[in-house]
Design a protein around this ligand. Structure first.
Ligand SMILES: Cc1cc2nc3c(=O)[nH]c(=O)nc-3n(C[C@H](O)[C@H](O)[C@H](O)COP(=O)(O)OP(=O)(O)OC[C@H]3O[C@@H](n4cnc5c(N)ncnc54)[C@H](O)[C@@H]3O)c2cc1C
Length: 568
């Protein structure tokens, strides 16, 4: 295997892990490289669940400031980026403990004493979804009835459909408390969904009135997912996070619900980080394998590496381009969220949702491609793709199902998206400014179609009008995500020092050309592409692949992912 130029690797690494946040990545990279995180062969499902909680203690002990960590979306995301490819069970329980649980308490009731959670003598969980209410959890039915005699509440699951579904409330991990999303009833009036801090189990077992039923094993990372119910559980007044409603609740309904589950936005950034982490790991494994395994040359008797076959090479280089684009988009979304002002929070939130959908879907596609490129060696859990792939499935559904959050963004963009200002770039397919113009052209085209259908008053009901518009509107979201990813990738190239700049511009070119080629008919119709230009696209793409091929190893080594190597 040829050795990549360390200067190029260093320059790429500098933009993938910029100096301001590099220490975060160095911390997690070091931790997941320790013996405690090494692949455990032969563990049962149950033993793997136990192991994830054991690793949670390793994570906790590595943190200098647990509250500071839980309060900071960038730090949380960095942890997910490095742990997701290694132990998805750990990533799940850690994300819930630090972000959904501790983060929500810090946001809504910052004066609480959190010592036992900070020391991890108790694990925090988050109970929102119900059996009958998944993506429509705003309609959840668990009740917390105010008791005027004590000032406290009575938490109750009125029927099986209102039982909490999926949270990690099993016996593994020891003592646990949960933030339970419940409808607050005061004098018979519904004050909307609030969070209640509820002790669920102590070291001796479940608290009275709490029932927990283990769910079957999943195809995702092993976690103690359960169905959890409450039978007239008495809670003190202090269980309510936030202020007791006075008079008519401000923001009852959806607004109230969104405030209670505010931590799902940083949670989406964490899921996005998992997509990035898994993609980086998958493409590193496959690229190293492609450069070390030999196969037949077309000349009898001689051999070449897998990578020397263009068919193999193209798929891996495309996976590299997608992974760089996903990393750039993810970093951009994290910064936008962390720096958002109250005025541009809604837009930043939409960006986070779009990014979550794009990076987790793309991360999964990269992992599947890379597994296939490693043949049978790719199917092993040790050093292979079994865990990273399983670890991504949950991220696609949790913290906002990708399709549902994209559908929300689709509705907003269909009528609200404005094209960015065009640059004076020449109509040259080698010019990044022109490639951007074409990517914006794809967005514009889908938006026109979506907006036209959304404004069609002939539809017999709001649902049928929405159904007419949703598919082009979802294409718009996808086009928007691609263009933002390309912009972020180009910005990364512009920031890179000389040895990496030209290389990253080629990565950007490949990424943009692929997208343009997939929509050439649409761009031809819009008059943005000539027939001649469309005809050159396959050649331009192959030329860019050939330009990138000698640097493919450098591009993946810059990720700095600790991988053990495939079984031989
Ligand atoms: C690994 C994992 C961990 C989890 N951990 C927790 C946890 O700790 N706490 C917790 O409260 N919950 C947790 N969940 C639950 C999670 O939040 C829900 O699974 C999620 O909200 C989706 O709900 P659902 O599974 O009931 O799917 P449903 O809402 O039934 O959706 C099923 C399908 O229908 C589609 N769909 C639904 N509505 C629409 C729509 N309006 N338009 C178009 N398509 C639609 C979805 O895209 C999806 O394909 C976890 C889930 C997973 C996978």
């Amino acid at each position: 295997m040829s050795t990549p130029d360390p200067l190029v690797v260093g320059a790429l690494s500098d933009v993938l892990y910029p100096p301001a946040s590099r220490h975060l990545h160095v911390h997690w990279r070091k931790l997941v490289g320790t013996a405690a995180f090494a692949h455990p062969e032969g563990l049962s499902h149950q033993e793997r669940v136990h192991r994830s909680y054991r690793l949670l203690h390793e994570v906790n002990e590595s943190l200098a400031d647990v509250e500071g960590f839980a309060a900071d979306a960038e730090q949380l995301a960095a942890m997910h980026e490095w742990t997701a490819p290694v132990d998805g069970g750990l990533t799940t329980v850690a994300g819930i403990h630090y972000n959904l649980f501790l983060g929500s308490v810090l946001d809504l009731a910052p004066d609480r004493d959190l010592t036992e959670f900070i020391d991890l003598r108790r694990t925090g969980t988050f109970l929102c979804t119900e059996l009958a209410h998944g993506n429509n959890a705003a309609r959840l039915e668990t009740t917390a009835t105010h008791d005027p005699a004590t000032g406290g509440f009575v938490l109750h699951t009125p029927h099986r459909g209102a039982a909490k579904f999926m949270p990690n409330t099993g016996p593994e991990g020891g003592a646990k408390s949960g933030l339970v999303a419940a409808r607050l009833l005061v004098d018979g009036e519904d004050h909307g969904v609030h969070l209640f801090l509820v002790p669920l189990r102590d070291d001796q077992g479940l608290r009275p009135g709490v029932s927990v039923e283990a769910l079957p094993e999943t195809l995702t990372s092993p976690v103690d997912h359960c169905v959890t119910g409450f039978d007239q559980v008495r809670l003190p007044a202090s269980a309510l996070l936030g202020a007791f409603p006075s008079g008519r609740s401000a923001g009852t309904g959806r607004q109230r619900f969104l405030r209670a589950i505010g931590r799902v936005t940083p949670g989406k950034l964490c899921m996005s980080a998992c997509g990035v982490g898994v993609a980086k790991t998958a493409v590193t494994i496959a690229m190293r394998h492609a450069h070390s395994r030999h196969t037949a040359d077309l000349t009898p008797g001689s051999t070449v590496t897998l990578f020397e076959h263009r068919a193999h090479q193209t798929r891996l280089i495309d996976a590299v381009a997608t992974t760089y684009a996903a990393t750039a988009l993810h970093r951009y979304a994290v910064r936008r969220w962390v720096e958002a002002t109250p005025e541009d929070r809604p837009e930043a939130e939409r960006l986070v949702a779009i990014t979550k959908g794009w990076t987790t879907w793309r991360g999964r596609a990269v992992a599947i491609e890379c597994r296939e490129r490693c043949g049978a060696r790719g199917v092993f859990r040790a050093g292979g793709f079994g865990d990273p792939m399983a670890n991504l499935e949950g991220t696609i559904t949790a913290e906002g199902d990708n399709l549902v959050i994209w559908a929300k963004a689709a509705g907003e963009l269909a009528l609200g998206w404005r094209p960015p200002a065009d640059s004076p770039a020449p109509q040259d397919m080698a010019d990044p400014g022109h490639l951007r113009r074409l990517l914006v052209g794809i967005e514009r085209s889908w938006q026109r179609r979506a907006a036209r259908r959304l404004r069609d008053r002939a539809a017999p009901s709001p649902l049928s009008r929405w159904n007419n518009a949703v598919n082009p509107a979802l294409e718009l979201v996808d086009a928007h995500a691609h263009r933002l990813a390309a912009d972020a990738l180009l910005a990364m190239a512009d920031e890179a020092s000389r040895p990496a700049r030209a290389l990253l511009r080629d990565v950007h070119r490949l990424f943009a050309l692929r997208r343009i080629a997939a929509h050439d008919g649409l761009l031809l119709t819009a008059g943005l592409l000539t027939a001649e230009q469309a005809d050159t696209l396959p050649d331009l793409i192959d030329d860019t692949i050939a330009d990138l091929a000698p640097h493919a190893l450098a591009l993946v080594e810059a990720f700095g992912v600790p991988v053990a190597g495939l079984p031989h």
